[in-house]
Write a protein that binds this ligand. Structure first.
Ligand code: HGA
Length: 610
């Protein structure tokens, strides 16, 4: 989603802002803009449709000197992607605003402001903010008071960066529902949507909380909370290095992140396992006491994280013996639901800022769950801060919009959770020790499956000219089929659907003909024979089968049936192992099609709006 960067410094800020935007590109966006207050007190702006590189070219052609500025990458929610809708928005050459979020009462404010004589130059909801701000400044308020008065009129979600041409000494920021951090430099301060944007200039950050308002000068930072009290927020040193968010020698971030999975999983397990059991303290100091009360689990997530949750439902019910419900966050938050007795509410989100998941968490907190647990990749995120218990996935920065290592580390975290809860219910000590040993073997098994890369790259050629693809799986492999289909559609734009293989004859079989590739995930498990019957149903209608099977599966390649052999694995780990070739397949198809693999069209990384 949108990225915000702002700076007040003793050196020119344009290059810092542009580099910050470049580092936020992974979040997904359609246009970009920058406004800098120049030394003569002029507010200069550049905005372009498309990539930050184009904005950088525009700034190179017409430099923006100055020590105070704000910049933005926009992912349109109100008003088409177009230069005139790009941020920063400016009112009467006086004040400028960048905004991440949605102003829900923008129509009402727009009508009032129009009637009061304001002229609108965009279709965005954001523009009402800058006109309200102008009115407050024109009435004589200081910048901080003007922002305070303005935000009081806003309903919805926002992270804001604001500056006033008449006040070169202040940069003001506000947070309500969208993330914002302050970067602390020496004689300079910054704001950004996340820490990656600012890693070249600082590793010291203050994370704003909901309702915070911040006033930055070159030397000071003052923060007021939602109640209007001046507060101290902790200063944190980020462990993320600037290099961790670099592409290195890989052609795309996505490929780098696929290949980082063995290390990412090893890091997720590190320090969380004893020889024969999972340490419940890995989830937080209160976890052991809280887990002993748990009798049910509800998991809420979106997108890829939702698929991880669907796998976990199998594990929690089969291994831990706990009833488990799984739901998409945007549905959960808007329906009346019954809270099971002594239930643990689990949220899963790579960024920890997913707006629907956060809203679901806040709803759950008021609904009587026994405890909340976040499975998340970003330690400083809202989800982590607001949950009782946390298990960080330690995947490292994930930049590619299509999630890969975040998914497999989430699965690993969910296995840890299953085992930790299981020992308090159905799981005996011998089985627990066996599962822990299996878990330790995952990074090595992933290395082995990554060795299939060249074979899968060759296979991808058979998908390039296809319009549709069907993915089939059963049991824990159905969510993996869903994830494989999601990866393919996200980055190659081929329409892909996943079905539990047993559902085939209830409808999708009608789609099968010679043009329809059918991808099947077929580990050697109790459902294999049933799955084989489903494959026959496809073959009999001329469908092209691509079967990912482990070495134990008795299946031979024949005309119309391609078999891709995976290393043998235990059924417990099969979801992790079988995910990887599907990620590689989507990646290579997208490369062959020439799409923008890391930033696919219309999509955003950290989905901070609902
Ligand atoms: N609503 C604003 C900002 C959109 C946004 O935050 N996207 O992530 C707009 O449409 O410009």
């Amino acid at each position: 989603m949108c990225g915000i960067v702002g700076a007040i410094a003793q050196r020119p800020v344009a290059a810092i802002l542009l580099e910050g935007l470049r580092r936020l590109e992974y979040r997904g966006y359609d246009s970009a803009g920058i406004a800098v207050l120049n030394p003569d007190g002029q507010l200069n702006r550049a905005r372009t449709l498309g990539k930050v590189a184009r904005l950088a070219e525009a700034v190179a052609a017409q430099p923006l000197p100055g020590l105070l500025g704000i910049a933005h990458t926009r992912w349109a929610t109100h008003g088409e992607p177009a230069t005139h809708n790009a941020h920063p928005h400016i009112c009467r050459d006086r004040c400028a605003v960048v905004h991440n979020g949605i102003i829900e009462n923008h129509e009402l404010l727009r009508a009032e402001q129009r009637a009061a004589g304001h002229r609108f130059t965009s279709e965005t909801d954001t523009e009402v903010i800058v006109h309200a701000l102008y009115d407050a400044l024109a009435a004589g308020l200081s910048l901080i008071d003007a922002v305070r008065q303005t935000t009081a009129q806003l309903q919805g979600a926002y992270a804001l960066g604001v500056l006033d041409r008449h006040d070169p000494e202040h940069l003001v920021a506000a947070r309500q529902g969208s993330p914002l951090v302050i970067g602390i430099g020496f004689g300079e301060h910054f704001i950004a949507s996340d820490v990656f944007a600012l890693l070249p200039v600082t590793n010291r950050f203050i994370f704003l909380e909901e309702g915070d308002l911040a006033e930055l000068t070159r030397e000071t930072v003052r923060i007021w909370n939602a109640a209007g009290e001046l507060v101290e927020r902790p200063l944190k040193t980020s462990q993320v290095t600037a290099e961790a968010a670099e592409r290195g020698s890989y052609r795309h971030f996505m490929l780098k992140e696929i290949f980082e999975q063995p290390q990412a999983l090893a890091a997720t397990l590190e320090g969380r396992l004893l020889a024969d059991r999972v340490l419940p303290e890995s989830f937080g100091s209160q976890a052991a006491a809280l887990f002993s009360q748990i009798q049910a689990v509800t998991i809420v997530a979106c997108g890829t994280s939702f698929h991880a949750a669907l796998v976990a439902r199998h594990w929690l019910e089969a291994i831990a013996g706990l009833p488990c419900q799984v739901e998409v966050a945007s549905e959960y938050r808007y329906r009346a639901h019954v809270v099971p007795a002594q239930a643990l509410f689990v949220t899963i989100s790579q960024s920890g800022e997913t707006a629907d998941t956060l809203a679901a968490l806040r709803l759950a907190q008021a609904s009587g769950y026994a405890a909340t647990l976040a499975i998340c990749n970003v330690p400083e995120s809202s989800l982590v801060r607001e949950s009782d218990l946390v298990l960080l996935t330690r995947a490292g920065p994930e930049i590619g919009v299509a999630s890969t290592k975040a998914f497999t580390t989430q699965l690993t975290a969910l296995l840890l959770l299953t085992i930790a809860l299981g020992r308090l219910h159905r799981l005996d000590a011998t089985e627990e020790a066996r599962l822990v040993t299996l878990l330790r073997s995952v990074p090595k098994q992933l290395e082995a499956v990554l060795a299939l890369d060249a074979q899968i790259a060759a296979l991808a050629e058979q998908f390039v000219d296809k319009q549709h693809t069907l993915f089939l799986g059963r049991g824990t492999q159905y969510p993996i089929a869903l994830e494989g289909a999601l990866k393919l559609k996200e980055i190659s734009y081929i329409h892909a659907e996943a079905y539990p293989a047993g559902e085939l004859k209830h409808g999708p079989l009608a789609l099968i003909d010679e043009e329809m590739p059918v991808v099947v995930v077929a580990p050697n498990n109790a459902l294999l024979e049933k799955l084989k019957s489903n494959l026959e149903e496809v073959r009999a209608r001329g469908g092209q089968l691509f079967v990912f099977a482990d070495s134990q599966v008795a299946l031979t390649a024949t005309a119309g049936v391609t078999v891709i052999r995976l290393p043998e694995t235990d059924d417990l780990l099969a979801p992790l192992i079988f995910t990887v070739p599907l990620q590689l397949l989507a990646y290579h198809v997208a490369v062959l099609k020439g799409t923008d693999v890391d930033q696919p069209r219309n999509l955003a990384k950290s989905v901070t709006v609902e």
